[in-house]
Ligand binder design. Structure first.
Ligand code: SF4
Length: 245
């Protein structure tokens, strides 16, 4: 009797936790229970991946919440794959706050981390207000900018994401003043990407009445702001209604 071939799976998005150290008003997990992946589940995940990759290289995207809030799960899965001789690489969607030199070194070597997507949402004041981190008395924006430098210095690519709403639309054009500061790191790939449109919870009708014109204007302004940079917002892509962080 013929049996169907085992399905080969080489791409995974793994939620290490739904918990996060930020409190963005637009977070799609805002009211979700804060649950970390347990060490046991992480062990089983490594076994599952190893059993379904057919010996091929596996690509993992770490997601959350803030995936770095549960680095233990990442360590367990990566160690489990390595012990089984499974080649892998990874990327992460992170707010960037929890990185430091030691974690970046570990991520590069142990997690095979190739790229990080970090959301900035605007200049210092706007960012700190929108992200509303749980920590008191720290300038989260400066810390994240510093971590972007550390990541790039380590040869890990960084994608900057901007979530757009009317609350920060004016500020995003001012963001061009921040961008050269990040870009000054050198030749590592870095570009503004993934422009998203979000609605705030306080006001469900905060989009301008003429939304299409408003979006066109935003595209134009972003293209002007980043003209000449490595990647420019395309006229036909990138602004969407998605609510991912
Ligand atoms: S949007 Fe991302 S960074 Fe903000 S609270 Fe949600 S998971 Fe955290």
């Amino acid at each position: 009797m013929l049996r169907p071939a085992a399905k080969i799976i080489t791409d995974y998005t793994i939620f290490t936790t739904t918990d996060c150290n930020a409190r963005c008003f637009y977070c799609f997990e805002k009211n979700a229970a804060r649950i970390p992946m347990s060490p046991g589940s992480a062990e089983k995940t490594a076994g599952f991946i190893a059993g379904h990759c057919g010996g091929n290289e596996v690509s993992i995207s770490w997601f959350g919440g803030e995936p770095l809030y549960n680095m233990e799960a990442i360590d367990i899965i990566c160690r489990g794959l390595r012990e089984r001789g499974i080649p892998f690489n990874s990327k992460i969607v992170s707010n960037g706050y929890l990185f430091d030199r030691e974690i970046i070194g570990r991520a590069k070597v142990d997690w095979e981390l190739r790229s990080v997507q970090i959301t900035l949402d605007g200049t210092e004041d706007v960012y700190n207000k929108a992200k509303a981190y749980i920590y008191k008395g720290v300038n989260a924006f400066r810390r994240v900018i510093g971590n972007i430098h550390l990541l790039l210095d380590a040869g890990i690519a960084v994608d900057i994401r901007l979530n757009i709403d009317t609350y920060n639309a004016d500020n995003l054009t001012a963001f061009k003043e921040v961008y050269p500061e990040i870009e000054a790191c050198g030749d590592c790939p870095l570009y503004p990407d993934c422009f998203r449109l979000v609605k705030c919870d306080e006001c469900r009708n905060c989009f301008p009445e003429n939304r299409a014109d408003w979006l066109s204007q935003m595209r134009y302004e972003m293209r002007s702001a980043f003209y000449g940079r490595r990647k420019i917002v395309s006229p036909n892509e990138a602004i969407t209604d998605s609510k991912l962080c």
